[in-house]
Write a protein that binds this ligand. Structure first.
Ligand code: TA6
Length: 289
């Protein structure tokens, strides 16, 4: 790695779980960990707060395996590939090493940018920029480096730590339409009031630019998720049966987490013209009463 990336006391390179390298970011008492594997933000903890992101105790930390938790980068497609079922769910960028290409540290923010290296046959460039300050801001920028239109669906698939999924609620989606992926035919329904959880939940809210708030009375905090360049918000909790089917997700872990994902997927999938760049940003703030 280019030694210019590290900044004493602010940006250091460390060896983490599974021997994978990560960038340890600090700023005014806040900290974040960005694994080079998948440009995966695994940890975010504001000063004086409990960790905001969740990851499974069963997660793998191995080359060619995705990490379960934190903020997986789903790129250049979300969910199953449109035509080739042999390709991995949520694209391939979370299975590969990204390269840190830029960094800075000011009085109010610590910033790093990582690039998903182009390779043969891929005519798209991805960069992820992480800004740690009074909040955590993550931007995924895609550039079509080819000579034809590029289909793109994407997500910053954030896993948030909560006290108990059965007592939290999510506001900001009232009256928004969503694809219920668990129902036959994936019908489009309308959200009534806050989102609450009493079973497996897997919804793609569409055509929405609104910010969401996870209200967590058990942790005496709210997590605000703002966004730019995103028309989809995905809300997911696997609940009991699906958690038991996932080898990298503990059977009793589902109450501890909820995904609120900043995305462009389903009806909001994109097509980039040659040379076009599209950026999508998620911003995470923690508020205490
Ligand atoms: O974002 C929700 C979702 O698409 C769920 O359907 C579930 O599959 C989750 O992502 C995790 O997907 P993964 O491929 O990481 O196991």
């Amino acid at each position: 790695m280019d030694k210019q990336i590290t900044v004493p006391e602010r940006i250091t390179i460390k060896t983490g779980k599974g021997g994978l390298q990560y960038l340890d970011l600090r700023c005014n008492g806040a900290e974040a960990h960005v694994y080079l594997h998948g440009a995966h933000v695994l940890h975010y903890q504001p000063a004086g707060q409990a960790p905001v992101l969740w990851h499974s105790k069963e997660s793998l930390f191995e080359a060619n395996k995705p990490i379960r938790g934190g903020i997986p980068v789903c790129w250049p497609w979300f969910g199953a590939h449109a035509t080739d079922t042999t390709l991995p769910s949520h694209g391939y960028s979370r299975y590969s090493e990204w390269v840190p290409v830029a960094s800075s540290a000011s009085a109010t923010a610590t910033t790093v940018t990582l690039r998903f290296p182009a390779s043969q046959g891929r005519s798209a460039l991805a960069e992820l920029t992480v800004v740690l300050g009074s909040s955590l801001e993550v931007t995924l920028a895609t550039t079509n480096t080819g000579s034809s239109a590029m289909p793109l669906s994407e997500a910053l698939h954030s896993y948030f730590a909560v006290s108990d999924i059965r007592t939290v609620s999510i506001t900001g989606l009232d009256q928004e339409q969503y694809v219920d992926t668990l129902l036959a035919g994936r019908p489009i329904l309308t959200q009534e009031g806050p989102v609450a959880f009493e079973a497996e939940t897997d919804r793609i809210y569409i055509n929405t630019t609104r910010e969401c708030v996870i209200a967590d009375p058990g942790m005496h905090r709210s997590i605000r998720i703002g966004k730019k360049g995103s028309l989809s918000t995905v809300v997911w909790n696997p609940w009991i049966a699906k958690a038991a089917r996932m080898p990298d997700f503990g059977d009793n872990e589902y109450p501890e987490m909820v995904c609120v994902e900043t995305a462009n997927c389903g009806p909001n999938a994109l097509s980039l013209a040659p040379g076009q760049t599209h950026a999508m940003t998620t911003r995470i703030d923690v508020e205490t009463p």
